[in-house]
Design a protein around this ligand. Structure first.
Ligand SMILES: [Zn+2]
Length: 242
């Protein structure tokens, strides 16, 4: 029975249209990691600079904050992705066993899933049977239907951990950079970090479809607020301790 789309005979198939990457891809985690590094290290550097006039103390604190923060982000991301991955792998094993032991039930399960979406029963059964001829194909389809994952595209914990580390470090280095280059006052570090936050905010707007200047200004003011609070605390404790 030829049922391949009579509607499409007149107009050519249009299946090559582009979508934005709705998952956000690598850009989203990279920008968020960099923003984390920027906010936390700008706060740290401002706090220490508020309590001491010694630039080398600020540099040591800034570099320690960079390293500690990057490791903490990497470990957190690695653990989170690894445990998610282990959970999915365990569930895939459950599905693989079910496919081997009860192939007829699994065909039925898949057919019903298609029926729920409006495919009539004979066709749903036919598609399910054909997909089940290849066990790996069957596992893929069941994983997508029941777990919502693609078994071939599970995220890697190592890649996730490493990229978090790098993203945080890139953000966190900005508030320390002027001090590393020999500047002894705080404002260049603050300006550089706020500029970085503005850029990050503007980049996030590409993913969220908000206006870039709004998003940029919002990140910048949040970072400035954090820096102001820690600078105030630093001044307070610096004078009370000395
Ligand atoms: Zn199944």
């Amino acid at each position: 029975m030829p049922d391949d789309g009579r509607d499409d005979e007149e107009s050519p198939l249009e299946i090559h249209h582009q979508h934005r990457d709705v998952q956000g891809g690598w850009l989203r985690p990279a920008v968020f990691g960099a923003m984390d590094g920027l906010v936390s290290n700008l706060g740290l550097v401002a706090g220490v600079a508020g309590s001491t006039a010694d630039p080398s103390t600020v540099v040591v604190a800034g570099l320690a904050g960079l390293t500690a923060g990057a490791f903490s982000m990497a470990v957190g991301e690695y653990t989170s992705v690894a445990s998610q991955r282990e959970l999915v792998l365990a569930e895939l094993e459950v599905e693989r066993t079910a496919l081997r032991r009860h192939p007829r039930d699994e065909i039925e399960e898949l057919a019903r899933a298609y029926q729920r979406r409006g495919v009539d029963r004979p066709l749903a059964l036919r598609v399910a049977r054909q997909l089940h001829r290849d066990p790996e194909q069957a596992l893929q389809v069941h994983a997508r239907e029941e777990l919502g994952v693609d078994p071939g595209e599970l995220p890697s914990p190592t890649v996730a951990g490493l990229s978090s580390f790098c993203a945080f470090a890139v953000g966190a280095v900005l508030p320390v950079l002027p001090y590393l280059l020999g500047v002894t006052v705080l404002w260049p570090a603050v300006s550089l970090a706020l500029l970085g936050l503005f850029l990050c905010g503007a980049l996030v707007a590409r993913v969220t479809a908000r206006s870039w200047w709004f998003s940029g200004l919002r990140q910048m003011s949040l970072g400035a607020a954090a820096a102001l609070v820690t600078y105030g605390l630093g001044t307070l404790f610096g004078t009370s301790l000395s």
